[in-house]
Write a protein that binds this ligand. Structure first.
Ligand SMILES: NC(=O)c1ccc[n+]([C@@H]2O[C@H](COP(=O)([O-])OP(=O)(O)OC[C@H]3O[C@@H](n4cnc5c(N)ncnc54)[C@H](OP(=O)(O)O)[C@@H]3O)[C@@H](O)[C@H]2O)c1
Length: 305
């Protein structure tokens, strides 16, 4: 009976399983009891008991071929990317090889395998002149990271794979290992009495990662293809987001210094009025992100912060 169930289980390949979103997808599907989960990543990561793990590099055509033709996934979630926006300006070849070429390879073998390919993109495909943006707005990236993500979307569309592109923005959530998300960085900095300079002129709707995973799962279950925005419910600037974090975590805000984007002198220009309109996902997927304060309370409780 056990082996029959395993044969009938949906086979889900999570690429980038060591990243923020990848870890949460791995936890969700490995605990679901109805999926066989293979987590692929370039580096070692926290391992969940009911998932299999493999190390691989998505920039190597042969490794992508072996991974996908070997596992024969029903679904591929690509949560991997070169996500350092500033370094993307100078490390262009590396950013392009991961964000575009690697995605092209995955899409090529997803098409051959007949797998449903879910690729994650960003509101940084827009210039930030008049966000939030819907799925029908025209992208116009202003930094190299945004350009690579837009090119990755095109690579997925051209591949002929059965696919869904999910755009999201400013991920935060309960991540057991790896780099700190914005919320934990704020909490840890303020607890350590460090001064933090936060921009008042960058607007997004921050996305609780578990909401994003729920949206991705709805896409998989209902077989929704095309383009969807999956983001949080509240549009606000980064400074106000920081004050909300401080309030929930009972932190003194005297060390939060408001600044504007030019004060940071960052190598990559930032879209200022970003964010995503989620009406399509709400209507077609039943996507229903929880409120900002509620998600922060959940983080506080689960991470014991
Ligand atoms: N974080 C955000 O605020 C945000 C906002 C909008 C959109 N997104 C998009 O959402 C997705 C997930 O983002 P995230 O923040 O979870 O990313 P992340 O934490 O930076 O994780 C990215 C993952 O990709 C892996 N990776 C890098 N190069 C690889 C390669 N050559 N082969 C295989 N794996 C490789 C990384 O491994 P290592 O860690 O070992 O390098 C890591 O596991 C990305 O597509 C990103 O563009 C993120």
């Amino acid at each position: 009976m056990e082996s029959i169930n395993r044969v009938n289980m949906k086979r889900i390949l999570i690429i980038g399983a060591s990243g923020m979103l990848g870890q949460r997808c791995a936890k969700f599907y490995s605990e679901s009891g109805n999926a066989r989960v293979l987590c692929a990543s370039i580096d070692e990561t926290i391992r969940f008991p009911n998932a299999e793990y493999v190390l691989f590099d998505m920039t190597k055509h042969g490794e992508v071929k072996e991974l996908i033709t070997g596992f024969k996934p029903d679904v591929i979630i690509n949560a991997s990317a070169y996500t350092n926006v500033d370094l993307s300006e100078t490390e262009r070849d590396l950013a392009w090889s991961i964000n575009v070429k690697g995605v092209e390879y995955i899409a090529e073998f997803a098409a051959i395998a007949g797998a449903h390919f879910i690729h994650i993109s960003t509101d940084y495909v827009f210039d930030g002149a008049k966000g939030p943006y819907s799925e029908i707005d025209t992208p116009s990236p202003i930094n190299y990271y945004g350009q690579t993500k837009l090119d990755s979307e095109q690579a997925v569309r051209l591949s002929g794979a059965i696919s869904t592109i999910v755009r999201t923005n400013v991920l935060y959530g309960i991540i057991p290992s790896g780099r700190l998300d914005f919320v934990r960085w704020v909490v840890e900095s303020l607890r350590a009495q460090k001064q933090i300079r936060i921009v008042t002129d960058q607007y997004n709707n921050p996305t609780f990662i578990d909401d994003l995973v729920s949206g991705i799962d709805a896409i998989i279950r209902n077989k929704n293809y095309g383009l969807y925005n999956l983001s949080g419910i509240e549009l606000l600037n980064r400074y106000d987001f920081t004050l909300r974090i401080a309030k929930v975590f009972d932190l003194n805000t005297s060390n939060v210094i408001p600044i504007i984007t030019p004060d940071l002198n960052q190598p990559a220009p930032r879209p200022l009025r970003g964010g995503l309109i989620i009406k399509k996902a709400q209507a077609e997927l039943g996507f229903c992100p929880i409120g900002l304060d509620e998600s922060l309370q959940l983080m506080k409780k689960e991470l014991n912060l």
